[in-house]
Design a protein around this ligand. Structure first.
Ligand SMILES: [Zn+2]
Length: 413
């Protein structure tokens, strides 16, 4: 993609109300744009990050046998009344009215909808386990949205739902998600800590949150520095570690994901019965598993940035390479060589953001490259061409190196 054609521009100033580093950098870098409190658009760079993360999570979940679906975000009130959550949840549940005066809900989560759907299909034990996943918009009527993408009224979630024959089988499915989530966060260079949590409005027996220690986080965890034991602060009373007896430290954290053993809370009202091996009718046992993608993007930026800008992990980066040409007032050799590298890399399928802007100084281009945060910066200038080379610098390293022109493309694939 040519930066000269990118309609967004980087900004020097952050929004006056921004307190979170991720909020400031995502706005300044031209990744997101605010429509209203807690409601954001993804701009071209941000949308690429979102899609990269979505694809990465999809691939990891496909490895544990998950099928993808897409469920509506507009729900009839009846399904929410069936489980009682229509009243239970409170003001965060977004209720609206249709033109006939009928009550509707904007999706906050999809347990009810998937239970309604699954009840039409599950009839025998042979169909279980069944695990369905989606990437879908959610709504939450937040009183105080904050922190850019950290707490929103409208956001995108990966949410998966499992149906098993027994509690024991659910334990297995739950464990698969637990491990897959740890792998996903690790792949995004996030040291998420799984902690036991309360199930809250989801109900059910057991749940874990995946918490990323960060000062801006809204949750608190108790953390043992000695053995790594961690727990949600709502779930424990003790001041010492239950595993090793050391003093527990309190730490702020961002909740990245949450998994639940739901039991039969939803299969009962929706009559999700199946016939087991002995011909007996039983209720399917459910689990649900979610990661908020917007918040995940904010969390990545919170922990992967410096005073100059974002430092994207490779998996999430909007582009792998930021190619910067310094042809100044029209140095043709630099221009032509840059165009050639851009063409060759793009032809090989490498994702390149090409800073071909002619009205920017070298300083401005470097500042933008640091702010946008692609993992590798490649600079073509008079100076580098004198040595038949380009300058290659990783965003997370200080030193640059010269790479010979005839080796540039091969070294980037
Ligand atoms: Zn301990």
């Amino acid at each position: 993609m040519r930066q000269s054609q990118l309609f967004t521009k980087t900004l020097r100033e952050a929004p006056a109300d921004a307190v979170a580093v991720s909020h400031m950098l995502l706005i300044r870098g031209g990744f997101i744009s605010q429509l209203s409190s807690g409601i954001y658009s993804f701009l071209p760079l941000g949308f690429r990050v979102l899609k990269n993360i979505e694809n990465y999570i999809r691939k990891e979940l496909e490895k544990i046998g998950v099928f993808e679906v897409s469920m509506p975000i507009l729900h009839p009130a009846e399904v929410w009344q069936k489980t009682g959550r229509w009243h239970e949840i409170g003001e965060e549940l977004w209720k609206i009215k249709g033109r006939q005066g009928e009550d509707l809900v904007l999706s906050m989560t999809h347990e009810e909808v998937i239970a309604e759907m699954a009840s039409n299909f599950i009839s025998t034990y042979r169909e279980l386990p069944l695990v369905l996943n989606q990437f879908q918009i959610k709504f939450r009527d937040e009183e105080r949205p904050r922190g850019g993408l950290l707490r929103l009224k409208e956001f995108i979630m990966q949410d998966a739902y499992s149906f098993d024959k027994s509690e024991k089988d659910l334990d297995e499915t739950y464990h698969k998600f637990y491990e897959a989530y740890l792998k996903i966060f690790k792949g995004l260079d996030l040291n998420a800590v799984p902690v036991k949590a309360l199930s809250g409005i989801m109900g059910g027996a057991e749940s874990h949150e995946f918490m990323l220690p960060a000062k801006i986080g809204e949750d608190k965890i108790s953390f043992c520095e000695k053995c790594g034991y961690a727990a949600n602060i709502e779930t424990i009373n003790e001041k010492t570690c239950s595993k090793c007896g050391s003093l527990l430290q309190q730490q702020r954290a961002i909740e990245l994901g949450h998994i639940f053993k739901l039991g039969v809370k939803y299969s009962e009202p929706f009559n999700i019965y199946f016939e087991d091996e002995d011909g007996l009718k039983k209720l399917a046992v459910m689990g649900s598993y979610g990661i908020g993608l917007d918040r995940l993007i904010a969390a990545i930026v919170e922990v992967h940035s410096d005073e100059k800008g974002i430092i994207w992990p490779l998996v999430a980066a909007p582009f792998k390479i930021h190619l910067v040409e310094l042809s100044g007032k029209g140095n043709l050799e630099v221009k032509n060589e840059s165009e050639k590298i851009y063409r060759d890399l793009t032809a090989k399928g490498v994702e390149v953001l090409y800073d071909d802007r002619s009205d920017k100084t070298a300083g401005e281009k470097f500042a933008d490259a640091d702010l946008i945060g692609c993992p590798v910066r490649v600079v073509v200038s008079n100076k580098t061409l004198d040595r038949q080379s380009v300058e290659v610098k990783k965003r997370n390293e200080k030193e640059a190196e010269l790479v010979p022109l005839d080796k540039v493309v091969a070294s980037m694939i």
